[in-house]
Design a protein around this ligand. Structure first.
Ligand code: ATP
Length: 304
């Protein structure tokens, strides 16, 4: 075997609470991660030198924001994997990424690519790390990588890496309106800290009302209980996001909110048909919009 292919899901946070800035520079979070049927695919093959290529359904502008050098999260992930598996030597690898998850969009596209690269390289290089070992180690690459490996609907605490499954009582029909420009997660957290100033911040937890709404069958209930503490921060950095949310609400979305650190805006719709209608309305206004729904599937090997 000289090639392995894997895919991994995008995420949206249906609830996201952020605790105080800790001494290590990170924030403790409480996140309700929802894995989506929107996936990136990563192919890893043995070659004579290291390389990364990127293609897929995103615009040229979006694709150009993905680094092609060793700072690409897939390369960082594979090199870490080799260390965790105590591989003394391994051949140079070629990584081909097929991207469908918006770049720097608050949907953890880079983390999904890292997760897919881990699963593919684990197979290709015969590392034999178990799924739970990969999940445990992968937080070293990024806070969202453990969830991209696992998928489904889960509570994430700590930096988001301590995962436990949550009950989901319904299919979630979503439309994502993509902002071509991207927003740096780091910049959003810095702005959060400066807006909070010296205010006393509580430890983050998800409310019982949110958890009951997610476990229930009413899309309207779930929509009404979505919370994202990064939303006002993302809007302060990109005021046009407030207009996008308003437009979607006028078009009958049940609710609109910023996905993670933004700038992608997510809308919850009553059913699959209304999601497609909303997507088309946004497209007529010149936006890039994609429909997605919840998916239980984490990172997995694909036929090559
Ligand atoms: P999160 O929601 O986890 O904060 P995000 O979805 O906002 O992340 P990503 O798409 O993961 O953002 O990309 C963040 C940055 O990471 C990009 O601007 C890019 O420079 C860098 N990056 C490194 N590797 C990748 C990759 N494989 N795909 C996308 N971005 C990558």
């Amino acid at each position: 075997m000289n090639k392995a292919v894997a895919s991994a899901p995008a995420k949206v946070n249906l609830a996201f609470k952020v605790g105080p800035l800790a001494d290590d520079g990170y924030h403790e979070v409480a996140s309700a991660y929802l894995g989506l049927n929107l996936r990136d695919r990563v192919s890893v093959s043995i070659d004579t030198e290291w390389s990364v290529s990127v293609g897929g359904s995103l615009s040229e502008q979006q694709l150009s924001m993905v680094p092609l050098d060793e700072s690409n999260l897939t390369i960082q992930a594979i090199k870490k994997l080799a260390g965790w598996a105590n591989l003394d030597s391994f051949p140079p690898l070629r990584v081909d990424i097929e991207k469908h998850i918006p770049v720097a969009g608050g949907m953890a596209g880079g983390s999904a690519d890292a997760a897919a690269a881990l699963v593919a390289a684990n197979e290709l290089l015969g590392c034999r790390l178990t799924a739970s070992q990969l999940q445990k180690f992968s937080v070293e690459i990024g806070s969202d990588v453990p969830f991209a490996l696992r998928g489904g609907f889960a509570l994430g605490t700590g930096r988001g890496e301590n995962l436990s499954p949550l009950p989901l009582g319904q299919s979630v029909h979503l439309v994502f309106v993509i902002d071509e420009q991207g927003l740096s997660t780091k910049a959003v957290y810095q702005q959060l800290d400066s807006l909070r100033g010296s205010a006393q911040i509580e430890q983050p937890t998800l409310s019982q009302t949110f958890l009951a709404a997610a476990a229930g069958e009413s899309a309207a209930e779930l929509a009404a209980n979505i919370v994202n503490e990064l939303q006002p921060v993302a809007i302060s950095l990109r005021p046009s996001l407030a207009d996008t949310i308003r437009i979607g609400l006028e078009m009958q979305a049940l609710n609109g909110f910023v996905s993670g650190s933004g700038p992608t805006v997510a809308f919850i719709c009553a059913d699959a048909d209304s999601a497609v209608q909303l997507q088309q309305q946004f497209q007529r206004l010149g936006h890039t919009a994609v429909v997605a729904t919840d998916s239980p599937t984490g990172a997995r090997i694909e036929a090559s």
